[in-house]
Design a protein around this ligand. Structure first.
Ligand code: NAP
Ligand code: SF4
Length: 679
């Protein structure tokens, strides 16, 4: 690293320039490719230009677009991005120009989805169906393989014509290129299958073709699957060989992907410790001379700085953290890392939205992908505003309104701000919620929000203070059970367990199978193993960081559960169906391993010294338990509203106080932010 002496004093490695091929990047932060589905929004090009340029303006040296298919077969779904004709050049140029105006570079990601496609033209190296797709692929003929290579190269040529600085060839996450390289998905008997050398011919031909046909200063990035995390994947030794061959074929830089989409190991959710996959990049770095990028669960500048300074990687790629905070790099560079709005790896508004055919956004930053819709103009006349409640809705309102110049006073009956966040962060693996709290606290301080702790606001006082407007963000109260014996000493609320730390016996019934019921089951079964969080994660999910075993996965180590737990719900639906799409399976498989009982379609009868009396299909049973933890959802806590109406105090109710049903931090933050920017 040549010019560290003059480099940024806060994060000198992360913020030093680096040479990639014949280009120089102004720092080592890449905004990784993300599928946003903005192509399905109104004004898609304007929105994408605003989305990417905000991240470039925020300091990311290199932006990688979402994946574009080089041909019809490779599209992820009908209507998904494709780039196979000059006709669409005008759609790309405004995006490229917007990023270039901010002094950043931009690569087009070329992604052929192969057997992951959600349409009828699905193809693959072989006819082997993916476990996460009901459609089976048609095997590409040898001629079609050659045509697909040509399509990749032509797509790169089109990218150059549109002004892109290069391309990222998507060779990870189990997409088509990956499907060629792994025996799991490639049982061809022609020159594209069989031996390892044959299986890697497909990516190498693409890299070589792009290198030969595009100018020398056009960046060729290859995203390698640095560990497949599926049986029948590559060994570590093979991945090294592939990386070396990719370099030899002409790639300028190697990005790393972790795990196929069908892997049964979490790779980016909050259960994954930060920088858990650094090993996958660092073991390759030793064997290649082009720069290598680390990715996945890097969400704060110190994590990135450590990875680069300890030699694990040359650059870092962050996708979701850039959704959460477009100004990530600028804040780090200015020594304001404590102002970063940190990605908490919840996946709730990014991946889960994509999987349910919605446009991605972010739980902690509802402006993400809606840059054109949020007008944050300073106010000409400051109003005197009060917000009652300091949970996510109240805090989001306070910082949004105060940042525009309003005078905001916050009332909180507790001794600390945070509301429900203070519960969430007590769940094992959910410590990232601490960052959300830190971010709000810092911003409230910077925007001058006056916080009155331990103060129960009443309507008369609010009226007397002469506020122009009062915002009710008093959140929710847990729903109580309405059956005989609901006040039995064995009955606890989830707040008793999480906040009041009431003792819980060995045999437990949990009433309610929503997110909180699952969280409580996890908390009650969680035992400290004595291992580091990273070792415990590898052990629990069967990750082989040496990648000696093909695919880098082995049998997880099972630990006996700390308690005998049975969960109940009244509806006959599948347990866990209320959980997030991309994180629910993780919780479900954890509880399955612990043999947590699941009873759906229950009717609760009564609770007494014998335990929980319930019936299923009209058969009454008694479950002997030490404790019953009620996680039966919530009701709005909006007691103040009636008095405010009576006293004619102008007010708005937001978040859980407005609507408790399935309240989550996502809706709370969005409610608060929208009101703060419009009041
Ligand atoms: P929830 O998801 O609405 O689940 C409430 C549970 O209580 C359901 O299982 C429901 O099942 C049961 N229930 C509702 N009314 C009841 C009644 N009167 N008597 C007995 N049982 C009743 O609520 P939550 O678990 O409290 O979670 C709140 C929100 O936090 C969720 O919307 C979620 O978005 C968020 N969250 C998510 C996660 C996650 O996904 N990992 C984790 C924590 C929180 P039946 O009606 O079938 O009995
Ligand atoms: Fe990160 Fe959650 Fe935002 Fe997705 S929704 S970017 S995981 S904070």
């Amino acid at each position: 690293m040549s010019n560290l002496a003059s480099a940024n004093k806060h994060f000198p490695h992360m913020l030093s320039p680096i040479r990639v091929g014949k280009q120089t990047l102004r720092n080592r932060v890449i905004m990784g490719s993300m599928h946003t589905r903005l192509e399905h929004a109104d004004r898609p090009i304007e929105r994408e230009a605003a989305f990417y340029s905000a991240r470039a303006r925020g300091g990311a040296a290199l932006i990688i677009t979402s994946g574009y298919s080089p041909n019809e077969d490779g599209r992820l779904e009908e209507g998904a991005h494709i780039f196979n004709s000059e006709d669409v050049l005008p759609n790309h140029r405004p995006i490229v120009e917007a990023v270039h105006r901010e002094n950043s570079k931009i690569l087009l990601q070329i992604l052929h989805s192969g057997r992951y496609a959600k349409h009828d033209r699905i193809v693959g190296p072989s006819t082997i169906r993916s476990p996460i797709n009901p459609r089976a692929p048609r095997q590409l003929s040898s001629e079609e393989v050659l045509q697909t290579i040509e399509d990749f190269v032509s797509c790169a040529e089109l990218a150059a014509k549109a002004g892109y600085d290069g391309v990222e060839l998507m060779g990870s996450e189990g997409y088509l290129i990956n499907q060629f390289t792994a025996p799991r998905t490639n049982n061809r008997t022609d020159e594209w299958g069989g031996s390892f050398e044959n299986r890697i011919k497909f990516p190498l031909a693409i890299v070589r073709g792009v290198r030969e046909r595009l100018p020398a200063d056009f960046i060729v990035m290859y995203r390698i699957s640095a560990t497949d995390l599926v049986e029948g994947g590559l060994t570590g030794e093979e991945i090294v060989k592939l990386a070396q061959e990719v370099e030899r074929a002409g790639a300028d830089i190697l990005n790393t992907g972790v795990g196929w989409h069908e892997a049964r190991v979490p790779t980016i959710a909050y259960q994954v410790p930060r920088a858990a996959w650094a090993f996958a990049a660092s073991r390759l770095k030793k064997h290649i001379s082009i720069p290598i990028v680390a990715s996945n669960r890097i969400n704060m500048p110190e994590v990135a700085e450590n990875l680069i300074s300890d030699g694990s990687a040359d650059l870092v790629s962050m996708a979701r953290p850039m959704l959460a905070d477009p100004e990530f790099v600028n804040k780090a560079a200015a020594g304001r890392a404590n102002e970063i709005n940190t990605c908490i790896a919840c996946n709730q508004a990014c991946l889960d939205y994509i999987f349910s055919d919605r446009i991605a956004t972010c739980l902690v930053n509802p402006e993400a992908c809606y840059e054109l819709d949020y007008k944050k103009e300073p106010v000409s006349t400051a109003r005197k505003l009060a917000v009652v409640g300091s949970g996510p809705a109240g805090m989001a309102f306070a910082v949004s309104a105060a940042s525009r110049g309003h005078t905001v006073t916050m009332y909180e009956s507790d001794a600390a701000v945070g509301g429900q966040l203070n519960l969430a962060r007590k769940i094992p693996h959910k410590t990232e919620f601490n960052e959300m709290l830190r971010h709000f606290r810092t911003r409230m301080e910077l925007t001058g929000v006056e916080i009155r702790l331990n103060e129960i606001a009443n309507a008369e006082q609010l009226k007397k203070q002469g506020y122009d407007h009062v915002v009710i963000a008093t959140g929710i109260k847990p729903r109580k059970l309405n059956i005989e014996g609901a006040d039995h000493p064995s009955v606890l609320s989830y707040i008793d367990v999480l906040q009041n730390r009431k003792p819980v016996g060995k045999r437990v019934a949990i009433i309610g199978m929503g997110g909180i019921g699952y969280d409580i089951a996890e908390l009650l079964n969680h035992k400290e193993s004595g291992l580091s969080p990273l070792e415990a994660f590898y052990e629990e999910w069967g990750v082989d960081p040496t990648i000696v075993i093909p695919g880098g996965v082995k049998e997880p180590v099972e630990h006996p559960p700390a308690r005998t737990i049975t969960m109940f719900q009244r509806t006959p639906s599948k347990p866990g169906s209320r959980l997030g799409i991309s994180t629910g399976w993780i919780l479900r498989s954890q509880l399955k391993r612990w043999n947590v009982g699941m009873i759906s379609g229950a009717t609760y009868k009564k609770i007494d010294d014998n335990g929980l009396h319930y019936s299923v299909d009209n058969i009454t049973k008694v479950l002997a338990v030490d404790n019953i933890v009620v996680c039966a959802g919530q009701e709005s806590n909006n007691d103040l509203v009636e008095a405010l109406v009576r006293l004619d105090v102008p007010h708005t109710v937001i978040g859980g106080a407005k609507l408790a049903g399935e309240l989550d931090a996502l809706r709370a933050v969005k409610d608060g932010t929208q009101l703060g920017y419009s009041v």
